[in-house]
Design a protein around this ligand. Structure first.
Ligand code: FMN
Length: 386
């Protein structure tokens, strides 16, 4: 396995189709998901020569914590479907490489388990779904366990229609029919190990005081402006708002006192006509100013993409699907390989662009000046000349 695309291919052979499609799939015709990646390919970086780039630093501080790499693991529900024990493997990797891992509300491991495994590197992502009471209980549990960073996801007012899941009959828990049984029977490695480890379920919801179950299709629109105000008043740790692509929303979120904005279109899993997240990024950077912390995901598939996202205005980058494909391809070994590949690729990109420190990445290294990029570069040029 030498790149994300290898991981996708191998995971596609080893995971049942219903699982692979759940991970790779997106909303509608999957235009947004495709565009997320194709827009990355259109961005070009300016190669620089004859710089002293023998030694290169990849470590970055984000929201007061120093990480060894400029990227972390995005929140994803039901990761243990990708391969048994994915959550603990992700946590182990986050500890080994000193990168953040964000546990989803809909995770197949508990808030406590993740904190025990990943310590200070664990963040918690909150969905305000179905029951407000349970959502607040999740925040309380995160606080009790000592989480410092809470990520509130706001781009799922309603779960979108994901055609692959509908066609495959993907439901939680599984409703086993002949097609699903055949799918599992023809992927014995995944199926036997999954049977051995027990079927994954959204564990945090099961533990709710009232025994509330997670309803994937319930509205998650409780995460509104009013809720943000209350959450900001009660959560004293870092508060990050995830799923923002509008500059106007970004300004309001900053005004509401959030510590960071997480620019993302959910990997194209929500609005199929959404702009590519990477196109929204420079606009949001312009709107919130140079110093406001921005996190980014959606469509990042290699180290060059990471450097591009940083150059387009992100302070830190999160990786979604590739982590689950790496697990599906070769379990924890695959995950470790892919993280190493991402790190090496990022470092090599620094060398090619004449830089030896990830913190030196700026819009200056972008070579195709679209208007958004020009806007980003203008203040930079002004500061450089003043
Ligand atoms: C299988 C899967 C489950 C996800 N579950 C969540 C979730 O529970 N909460 C959340 O905020 N985002 C969730 N996301 C979105 C990711 O956090 C991230 O925004 C997205 O994967 C980025 O796109 P990319 O994977 O194409 O790079 C999920 C994504 C996938 C692929």
């Amino acid at each position: 396995m030498f790149c994300t695309e290898d991981a996708v291919r191998i995971a596609g052979q080893r995971q049942p189709k219903v699982i692979f499609d759940f991970i790779e799939g997106a909303s509608g015709r999957e235009v947004a998901a495709t565009r997320n990646q194709s827009r990355f390919d259109e961005i070009t970086l300016q190669q620089r020569v004859m710089e002293n780039v023998d030694r290169r630093n990849l470590s970055k501080t984000f929201l007061g914590q120093k990480y060894n790499l400029p990227f972390g693991i995005a929140p994803m529900g039901m990761c243990n479907l990708a391969w048994p024990d994915t959550d603990s493997a992700l946590a182990q990797a986050a500890t080994n490489y000193n990168i953040p891992i964000c546990l989803s509300s809909a995770a197949s491991s508990t808030i406590k388990e993740m904190r025990d495994w990943a310590g200070e590197n664990a963040w918690f992502q909150l969905y305000v779904g179905g029951s407000m009471e349970l959502s607040l209980e999740l925040v309380e549990r995160a606080r009790t366990e000592g989480y410092k960073t809470l990520v509130l996801t706001v781009d799922v007012p309603q779960v979108s229609r994901r055609l692959r899941d509908l066609r495959n009959g993907f439901t939680m828990p599984f409703r086993l029919g002949p097609r699903l049984l055949w799918d599992f029977a023809t992927h014995p490695r995944w199926s036997l190990t999954s049977i051995w480890h027990g079927a994954p379920s959204p564990k945090n919801f099961k533990l709710g005081k009232n025994g509330t179950h997670f309803d994937r299709n319930a509205s998650r629109a409780g995460a509104n402006w009013n809720f943000l105000e209350k959450l900001r008043a009660s959560w004293t740790g870092n508060l990050v708002i995830k799923g923002v692509t509008s500059a106007r929303d970004a300004i309001r979120i900053k005004q509401a006192g959030a510590d960071a904005i997480y620019v993302s279109n959910h990997g194209g899993r929500q609005l199929d006509s959404a702009p590519a997240a990477i196109d929204a990024l420079p606009k949001i950077r312009n709107a919130v100013g140079a110093d406001y912390p921005l996190l980014f995901d959606s469509g990042v598939r290699n180290g060059e993409d990471i450097v591009k996202a940083l150059a387009m205005g992100a302070d830190f980058v999160m990786i979604g699907r590739p982590m689950l494909f790496a697990m599906g391809a070769d379990g924890a070994k695959g995950l470790n390989s892919l993280i190493k590949i991402f790190a090496e690729d990022t470092s090599l990109t620094l060398a090619q662009t004449g830089l030896n420190d990830i913190t030196a990445v700026s819009p200056d290294i972008l070579s195709n000046n679209t208007s958004a990029v020009e806007q980003l570069q203008q203040p930079l040029l002004k500061t450089a000349t003043s």
